[in-house]
Design a protein around this ligand. Structure first.
Ligand code: AMP
Ligand code: ZN
Length: 135
């Protein structure tokens, strides 16, 4: 066993239920699914977050997410899905090895992803400016 659970999974040192593999990624069933059919697309190489992963690899991830999301929707009878990547512990990332969540969805009430307070429109342009300055 190493010190990264997803490296151990990629290497087959601990078991996983896989639905797909190629030279760059494996896709497996999440062990604590948010909804039925929740998948993780995991990079074969170890990159801690999205900022560490090469652009060429990330460019391959979204088309794969689309393919797997469609299969997951059909597989569990869900009409919709979410995809997301937690990046950094403050985002909720608990496994620091790059992975993308594919979560089939049957109802917007399953997971509360909205509910933010309305923006303060006197401050929003300054937040936007702070972001632009860092591009
Ligand atoms: P996060 O790092 O917050 O993006 O989430 C990590 C995800 O990995 C969680 O949804 C966990 O349920 C999932 N997970 C952790 N260990 C395993 C495992 N051994 N097999 C499958 N999924 C796992
Ligand atoms: Zn790893």
């Amino acid at each position: 066993m190493g010190d990264c659970i997803f490296c151990d999974i990629v290497m087959g040192r601990i078991p996983s239920i896989r639905v797909y593999e190629d030279e760059n990624f494996i896709a497996l069933m999440d062990i604590n699914p948010l909804t039925p059919g929740h998948l993780l697309i995991v990079s074969r190489e170890h990159y801690a977050t999205t900022l560490d992963a090469p652009d060429e690899l990330l460019a391959k991830a979204l088309p794969l997410a689309k393919k797997l999301a469609e299969a997951a929707m059909l597989g569990v009878g869900a009409p919709a899905f979410n995809i997301f990547v937690n990046s950094g512990p403050e985002s909720g990332q608990v496994v620091p090895h790059w992975h993308l969540h594919v979560v089939p969805r049957k109802s917007p009430k399953e997971l509360p992803l909205h509910g933010g307070a309305p923006a303060d429109l006197t401050k929003l342009p300054f937040t936007a400016a702070a972001i632009r300055e860092n591009l």
